[in-house]
Ligand binder design. Structure first.
Ligand SMILES: [Zn+2]
Length: 300
């Protein structure tokens, strides 16, 4: 089964309609992610009670809780007390909507990937958005997200091996000869590679700088990412993240948040950028690995 609606290069009305529908779905999911970002670090329930203004405590009515629209209609202020509403809310909603729509267009429409691949990618994106904004605010990556996310990767792959297809040398492994087991192995290898490379950096950094350069939260976050994207893309993401960190450090330093740089947002941005570009990025890594293996062969 595939989402691919048409075969051809031009974009049809139907493709635009469904991508826009998933954009709207993303806005609604983004609204729920805001609740997670506010409540997970405080160990509060994400289901009840309904949202209320953090200043006056008044419950927010449904018509004041419409993603993006309500923020604009209210001019960014609480209807009851007039206190400013954090711009983080509409930013998270717009970002989630944008990713849901763009990924649907990129993976389901243009690449003709099965629904299971699309849903794994947007679930991972949602987990990364929550982790990043919690890390920015509280300097901690929520275990509720990374523990579950890491455990679900291989389980989801067991159900839907198309996430790591063994026939695709870019994304899969073919070691056992059974599609399903090979796919689970690819997910587990991704967890080890993603988590392992960050753990190694954290240990080495601790030895060299005698302070924490990366925390266990970052290790778990990359383990979760690895379970979905596999070992090759995990390594690429690890090397891409510092470039985003260099750019992101400037506004964080200026805003006075730079005393300690949260790293989860940069690993997340690198993941969200690398996912749509994975084919070219993995081909690039493969060609480098090939050259390396030829050099090793020539030497020994
Ligand atoms: Zn209020």
């Amino acid at each position: 089964m595939s989402f691919a609606l048409t075969v051809g290069s031009s974009t049809t009305t139907e493709e635009v309609f469904w991508s826009a529908t998933f954009f709207l779905l993303g806005l609604v999911v983004g609204s729920f992610l805001n609740v997670c970002i506010c409540r997970l670090p405080l160990n509060k329930s994400i289901v009840s009670p309904p949202s209320s203004c953090p200043h006056c405590g008044k419950f927010i009515r449904w018509y004041d809780n419409i993603p993006l629209i309500s923020y604009l209609m209210l001019g960014g202020k609480c209807r009851a007390c007039g206190s400013p509403i954090s711009p983080i809310y509409p930013i998270v909603e717009a970002l989630t909507g944008f990713i849901f729509g763009l990924f649907f267009y990129r993976f389901a429409v243009k690449a003709g990937q099965p629904p299971s691949v699309y849903f794994a990618y947007i679930a991972l994106s949602a987990a990364l958005i929550v982790s990043s904004f919690v890390d920015l605010e509280f300097y901690v990556v929520p275990n509720e997200i990374t523990h579950w996310g890491t455990a679900l990767g291989p389980l989801y792959t067991l159900l839907f091996p198309s996430l790591h297809p063994s026939a695709d040398p870019l994304r899969g492994l073919s070691l056992i000869g059974n599609d399903r087991l090979d796919a689970v192995l690819a997910s587990l290898t991704g967890i080890l590679a993603g988590g392992g490379i960050v753990l190694l950096t954290a240990l080495l950094g601790g030895l060299v700088f005698r302070k924490e350069v990366m925390g266990m939260g970052d290790v778990k976050l990359m383990a979760m990412v690895g379970g979905v994207v596999g070992w090759k893309l995990s390594i690429i993401i690890y090397f891409l993240a510092p470039f985003f960190a260099l750019v992101g450090a400037i506004p964080l330093l200026l805003s006075g948040k730079g005393r300690r740089l949260p790293y989860a947002p940069f690993l997340s941005v690198a993941t969200l950028v690398a996912l749509p570009l994975q084919t070219s990025l993995i081909k690039f890594l493969d060609s480098r690995l090939f050259i390396l293996s030829e050099v090793v062969k020539a030497l020994f």
